[in-house]
Design a protein around this ligand. Structure first.
Ligand code: KG4
Ligand code: ZN
Length: 385
């Protein structure tokens, strides 16, 4: 049982793919107006580990999570476990850090109201490491567990995007936000969602084949860029012409809200193959820019059509691909153009925490706690929204 309190202290854990992440967050307010204060946020990226393989290797990810979890936990406890108000005089902390007993861990866990952990979707061997770590801590300190959904993490990451002060986040005007259209674009998913409130949402469509992040990673590989390909493509695209090559925009005219990116990737493959056969040089920057533009066009067109159909007041984009500044700019320009004549233009909300992190897991854990949503405490690689 979680005690009903005005402010809850949350420890969150994320290990669904190749980032091990933990956060310590305090949350308050109801579903109408949740507020968060962040006191600890650590991420250990495994990019270097997987890079030689051109993608995430589940067995390696699992081993790295097992190594990282206790180290990150110690970091959260030692360095950031104390809220500024509790810390008192700053000098006290350093000498305290040198204490090598586990008093600070006990003190830290004492304040935690619940532990929330990602149970899916993702790589199951990786997910289990976080789940087991959470279960052990919960048993040791007699704390409740809140299993949560990684996709809801991305969806709710916007809750930590509206900063008021150094550590504090809150939605300033809930009334202006819903209904909203949320686009989740990551390495494993491309999903369009209608969000009516923080507890009600409906999936409108998703990719029928590759996720858009996956397409970025595959195209990057085709032109010899390392994993993860998204940031590399974005960088290279700056030197290229987005109009140079007319790659297809799959399903852009379809009336439904589904996406497809595998054909786009294949047409990049054929384009490179034909040039290679003809003995011509490969215009890598133009390919990166034209591919990025084609992918962005489809995402933007379908999202804005949903905004129009449902009269959405805001557009939330989240997930790793939303880190892409060019795509963000294209979104902003398209909104400006399409809704030029409207008095209230839909608000574009881009999550500050777009790639995998534990803050978004604290946010979705808190929402699950408020709306009493109960996921199973076991890894589910295919969990959906
Ligand atoms: O959300 P995320 O960190 O993990 C998943 O849940 O999948 O997303 C990772 C994906 C990768 O495919 C990566 O290439 C892509 O996000 N990504 C980007 C950018 N940064 C990361 N794609 C395009 N542009 C970027 N700047
Ligand atoms: Zn993710």
């Amino acid at each position: 049982m979680i005690q009903k309190k005005q402010i809850v202290n949350i420890l969150s854990i994320e290990t669904s793919c190749d980032e091990t992440a933990l956060s310590f967050v305090t949350a308050s307010g109801g579903l109408e107006n949740p507020k968060f204060e962040v006191y600890g946020d650590v991420v250990a990226s495994q990019i270097k580990l997987h890079q030689p393989y051109g993608g995430v290797v589940p067995g390696l990810a699992k081993r790295a999570h097992l190594e990282n979890l206790p180290v990150l936990f110690a970091e959260i406890v030692q360095k950031r476990g104390v809220t500024p108000a509790e810390a008192g005089v700053q000098e006290g902390i350093d000498s305290d850090l040198r204490r090598n007993d586990n008093t600070r861990e006990v003190e830290f866990m004492d304040r935690i109201d619940f532990i929330t952990v990602t149970v899916g979707p993702g790589l199951e061997p990786a997910l289990w490491t976080g789940i087991e770590f959470a279960k052990e801590l919960a048993a040791k300190y007699d704390k409740p567990l809140v299993p949560t959904n990684h996709l809801e993490g991305h969806l709710y990451s916007f809750l930590l995007s509206q900063k008021v002060g150094d550590t504090r986040y809150e939605i300033r005007d809930v009334g202006k936000m819903f209904p909203a259209i949320a686009l989740i674009v990551s390495g494993g998913h491309t999903i369009l969602v209608r969000v009516d409130s923080l507890s009600e949402y409906k999936k409108l469509g998703e990719t029928v084949d590759d996720a858009v992040g996956e397409a970025f990673d595959k195209v990057a590989r085709l032109i010899g860029l390392p994993y993860p390909g998204g940031p590399e493509i974005e960088r290279l695209a700056k030197d290229g012409n987005p109009m140079a090559i007319d790659f297809p925009r799959p399903m852009i005219g379809h009336k439904n809200y589904n996406f497809s990116f595998s054909g786009l990737k294949t047409s990049v493959l054929y384009y490179i193959r034909d040039l290679t056969k003809a003995g011509k040089s490969i215009p890598k920057a133009d390919i990166a820019a034209s591919f990025q533009k084609a992918a962005a066009d489809v995402l933007i067109k379908k999202t804005l059509r949903a905004v129009e159909e449902f009269g959405a007041k805001s557009i939330m984009i989240s997930g790793g691909v939303s880190a892409n500044r060019t795509i963000r700019t294209l979104f902003a320009e398209a909104i400006e153009k399409k809704f030029k004549l409207k008095k209230d233009r839909p608000l574009l909300i881009v999550s500050e925490f777009s790639t995998d992190n534990a803050l978004m897991i604290a946010a979705s854990g808190y929402i699950d706690y408020l709306r009493k949503k109960k996921y199973k405490m076991e890894a589910n690689g295919n969990l959906n929204l």
